[in-house]
Design a protein around this ligand. Structure first.
Ligand code: ZN
Length: 475
């Protein structure tokens, strides 16, 4: 009995010592993590002194045996000039594996103290227990669980971060899906008037790995964001005359290329191009980029799709700049100009995009016209160009028609923002009569600004429109 209090005191002292030594092993583990190795650290203690340290280093040394314990045992044996480590204790942050446990037994180590248990390869009790065989172990005592939480958290944090990094790297590569094509970057080299850096996203749920391209210029926390949506067969290049003015005003500009257009991936099958799917992609992009105080800028399909967006998330939108487009509600006949255009696309599916632009826009240079055609170097890349004219809702139960009717209701009764309508009068497809009808459906939309010389691709007269819009939406 008189000895009992002394024994208890010694146990307390031992525990305090174990924690102290384990902190030194943890420092080694942290250093291993810093070097990109799985963070395990070890030290060897003899007579109250650290005589060797070791950190995990198999990657750096191309050495499968370079576990922290082996490194530390080897250093300790060198230091003592003896492979037998009589009277030594080894502290390691993770339960030793079979190899390291075997080495400790060979070294006649007096004691091993470890931190976290290793449910996968632990050989000091978790998976097997090499120290539990009297036939092979006469020397080594085992103590586990010292600073187990800290040791384990260092490991799980390391693996968590590594998984995160691997996922980020995989995403950054945007691998091309088998069922899609990607226009080579070379096709977009040195396009006139289009200096902006590409941005890509492929992990929106609806994209399922397809790579969507968008421009994202100006400060992320700008007072105002212009969301510029193109139609068929254009792409974000269409907005190059307007972007500089928006940016000069200190605003943010986001201009995506719809899937199938521009620098975005191009699914081989036309069937991919469905109204609701394209709309969903845009909604997810708006949410991903967390666009706020948005002025929605639309024309052609940019409006057919884009005009159905604000009703889904009205709090994000404050303004509408609407150019030659329509709400295809299916309960009114499509304009004859559009019907003619659709027939032309069926008739001549390989029409030249650059030439189409040149026809209505004689002020464009040859290089600018060629830039419009750059995304579509061959027939395979043109699935969207074939599909889109067919997807404009024409009847009441066509895909997208009900959404468009709901959108019409939204614009008529719930729209709280300011609107500006600009019409290219020379547009044979979606011209002034179509736009006047649309104006009636947009609450508070003033008389359209009519550009007598502009055609369908109104944005090609965009400098003046952008300047007017910056002024108009400032109020
Ligand atoms: Zn090991």
């Amino acid at each position: 009995m008189p000895h009992a209090p002394i024994a208890i005191k010694n146990i307390a002292v031992d525990i305090a010592h174990d924690v102290h030594w384990m902190r030194l092993a943890l420092a080694e583990a942290q250093a291993a993590a810093g070097a990109g190795e799985v963070p395990v650290g070890a030290i060897v203690v003899k007579d109250g002194q650290v005589i060797a340290t070791g950190r995990n280093a198999p990657v750096e040394g191309h050495d499968p045996t370079a576990h922290a314990e082996i490194v530390a045992l080897r250093a300790a044996a060198q230091r003592l000039g003896n492979y037998r480590l009589d009277g030594c204790s080894l502290y390691v942050t993770l339960e030793p594996c079979a190899m390291c446990s075997g080495a400790m037994l060979h070294a006649r180590l007096a004691r091993v103290v470890y931190g976290a248990a290793d449910a996968k390869t632990g050989a000091a009790g978790s998976v097997l227990n090499l120290f539990g065989h009297a036939e092979i172990n006469h020397q080594t005592q085992v103590q586990g669980g010292v600073l187990a939480d800290e040791c384990g958290e260092l490991l799980s944090g390391f693996f968590r971060q590594r998984r995160h990094q691997q996922r980020a790297e995989a995403l950054a590569r945007h691998p091309l899906r088998d069922d899609a094509l990607r226009t080579p970057d070379a096709a977009f080299a040195n396009l006139p008037g289009y200096p902006w850096a590409p941005h890509y996203v492929s992990d929106l749920p609806s994209l399922a790995g397809l790579r969507l391209h968008y421009l994202d210029e100006g400060p992320r926390d700008a007072r105002r964001t212009w969301l510029c949506l193109h139609g068929n067969p254009a792409w974000s290049y269409l907005y190059r005359r307007m972007l500089p003015t928006f940016l000069a005003a200190g605003d943010r500009v986001v201009a995506p290329d719809l899937i199938g257009f521009g620098k975005s991936d191009k699914p081989k099958k036309e069937g991919v191009h469905q109204f609701e799917w394209h709309r969903q992609v845009l909604l997810e992009l708006i949410e991903r980029l967390d666009l706020r105080n948005v002025v929605l800028v639309v024309q052609d399909w940019g409006g057919i799709l884009g005009l159905t967006l604000p009703m889904a998330t009205p709090e994000r939108f404050g303004g509408l700049l609407v150019m030659n487009t329509l709400l295809a509600t299916g309960d009114a006949p499509l304009p004859q100009g559009f019907v003619d255009w659709r027939a032309m696309c069926r008739d001549k599916p390989l029409y030249e995009v650059g030439r189409l632009l040149a026809r209505g826009n004689p002020h464009l240079s040859t290089a600018e016209c060629a830039a419009y055609g750059a995304p579509f170097p061959d027939k395979g890349c043109r699935a969207a160009l074939r599909a889109f004219p067919e997807r404009v809702p024409a009847a009441c139960d066509d895909a997208g028609a009900a959404l468009s009717r709901a959108a019409r209701d939204f614009w008529q009764h719930q729209w709280q923002g300011r609107s500006l309508m600009v019409v290219g009068a020379q547009d044979p497809v979606l011209g002034l009569p179509t736009m006047r009808a649309l104006q009636q459906n947009i609450r508070g939309c003033p008389e359209p600004v009519v550009l007598p010389h502009a055609g369908h691709f109104v944005q090609e007269h965009g400098e003046a429109i952008a300047a007017q819009a910056v002024e108009y939406f400032a109020h």
